[in-house]
Design a protein. Structure first.
Length: 128
């Protein structure tokens, strides 16, 4: 005996944050398309992709896409939060190693200090 067929909404992954991103992109492109007609083409492409994604039966693939999107969004927000923290920290001077780009910090007001990078062992002078 065959297994009973699942209802429509159980066969499709539904609406997630990645779909919301595509919907907002479509709405922005469609709104701008009222003033600049060629933007209707990418808006239509985005809408078709969104519909195909919403009606897809491959739930695992849609979940992986959503997880990647969430990881990207979180890393962007973390980067902006860290930049804000670094700029508003009055106790420390933040800088990067000129050789490898490793982020480092020193207490402010020490003058010229010779620093050794922990990752690449490069020596260089920094004014704090």
């Amino acid at each position: 005996m065959a297994a009973p067929k699942k209802p429509f909404f159980q066969r499709h992954p539904g609406f997630d944050l990645y779909s919301l991103f595509w919907l907002l992109l479509f709405l922005i492109l469609a709104a701008l398309g009222r003033f600049f007609l060629p933007l209707w083409i990418p808006a239509a492409v985005v809408l078709v992709y969104l519909i195909i994604r919403l009606l897809s039966k491959n739930q695992e693939k849609r979940q992986v896409e959503n997880a990647r999107f969430l990881a990207l969004v979180q890393s962007v927000f973390r980067w902006f939060h860290r930049r804000k923290q670094i700029q508003s920290d009055p106790q420390y001077y933040y800088f990067q190693c000129p050789t490898c780009g490793q982020s480092m910090r020193l207490p402010r007001g020490l003058g010229k200090v010779e620093v050794t990078c922990r990752s690449c062992s490069a020596h260089f002078l920094v004014q704090s």
